[in-house]
Design a protein around this ligand. Structure first.
Ligand SMILES: [Cu+2]
Length: 388
């Protein structure tokens, strides 16, 4: 397995390669970066001792492969969607005193995200917590709902000029439903209240596709869209529809190749602190970042920092966040196991630094894991996957 073409960036200079100098589009340039990550992991494997290789149960050859949603066949897409709908029908196993509004196994995932929001964003565990959360969801789809594939991702760089054309959002039977119905409103406010997203063509409930009849049981907790009311109770039962307001404004401004290159090989790739803040979004100075922007592109209930997993695209979006983290780790192997940040959202209120021995607790959704055990996607237990 050999991939080459991009020259590794030297001394932090911008990435320049034979391919990117040619007529590579943004998606292809990101694909080149993915291949460069694979090369780096292959080189690491080549340089490891034979004892080390013999001791590890996971390697590049037996790792599960996570793919771009658009590359799945129609049958594979339908299988994934059917498993999501299955999880939304299976009864909750969460303690009702913890999440009284949780009705389904799907809700059980939403509930832990709502409950832990202030200690998993702007924190030292942001990247690893969401990595393990997506893994736990992928595992539930497979073990509880018979899905036979692996977690796909939403490629942010496709269809930014019109997200409703994306295979993720096109409203077809192989999408996650499309835009919401048009509801006049005064836009959305994101990024700690200092980034204004003008209203798009939606704002109401999705009108076509597999999730047109999906009833959401939890949230909203912190809605970003003008006029959207929060649930009376944070984890209480509050049935409502899947709303969206797809935002080409947000996608074209923030989901850019320049932003991806900046965090993976550019100035913001030099430390895990710079990387995670630039990727996640600095909620303090109006920089949305790729992660927060992705939520903003969905709009509607998916823009809610607390309850965003109610939109099933959350897991494809965080698949992409994790893919970028995986690429960064592979291209910065000396720093791949490092952490930065504290236990509280941008250290407010002040708290100690996050440690590799801290536990990720997903409640009924997965066994608890140490952060240090999910830093490496090829660590073997619990993770063994790559991205293509
Ligand atoms: Cu989150």
């Amino acid at each position: 397995m050999r991939f080459s073409n991009l020259l590794l960036p030297v001394l932090g200079l911008p990435l320049i390669s034979a391919k990117t100098l040619g007529a590579r589009n943004d998606t292809e340039s990101l694909q080149d970066l993915n291949e460069e990550a694979m090369n780096a992991l292959q080189a690491q494997l080549d340089n490891s001792t034979s004892e080390k290789r013999a001791a590890s149960t996971c390697n590049l050859f037996n790792a599960k492969v996570r793919r771009d949603w658009k590359t799945l066949s129609s049958a594979q897409k339908k299988e994934y969607i059917a498993a999501v709908k299955c999880l939304q029908k299976k009864p909750s196993i969460a303690d009702p005193t913890f999440a009284p509004g949780s009705r389904s196994r799907y809700d059980d995932f939403v509930a832990v995200h709502i409950n832990q929001t202030l200690s998993i964003h702007g924190t030292g565990n942001f990247l690893t917590w969401h990595r393990y959360f997506v893994h736990a969801y992928e595992t539930a789809l497979r073990n509880e709902c018979g899905y036979t594939g692996y977690q796909p991702y939403w490629n942010w760089l496709d269809n930014t000029a019109d997200p409703s054309k994306s295979p993720v959002f096109d409203g077809s039977a192989t999408s996650f439903s499309g835009d919401g119905s048009f509801v006049a409103h005064n836009g959305s406010v994101n990024g700690n209240g200092n980034v204004f997203i003008p209203s798009g063509k939606g704002g109401g409930c999705v009108t076509s596709g597999p999730f047109v009849d999906y009833v959401i049981n939890l949230g909203p907790v912190f809605p970003i869209q003008d006029g959207m009311a929060p649930s009376p109770s944070t984890l209480g039962f509050n049935p409502h529809c899947l709303s969206r307001d797809l935002s080409a404004f947000t996608a074209t401004n923030w989901l850019t190749l320049a932003n991806v290159l900046n965090v993976t090989v550019g100035a913001a790739s030099r430390s895990v602190l710079l990387f995670q803040n630039e990727l996640q979004g600095r909620f303090t100075d109006g920089f949305l970042g790729l992660h927060t922007a992705g939520h903003g592109v969905m709009g509607g209930v998916g823009g809610d920092l607390f309850a965003s997993p109610v939109d099933p695209v959350f897991f494809l979006h965080h698949g992409m966040v994790d893919r970028i983290y995986w690429i960064w780790q592979a291209l910065h192997l000396a720093q791949a196991q490092t952490l930065a940040g504290t236990l509280t959202l941008f250290n407010n209120p002040p708290s100690r630094d996050t440690s590799v021995n801290d536990i990720i607790d997903l409640g009924v959704n997965a066994p608890s894991q140490k952060i240090g055990d999910v830093l490496n996607t090829l660590g073997g237990s619990p993770l063994c996957y790559i991205y293509v």
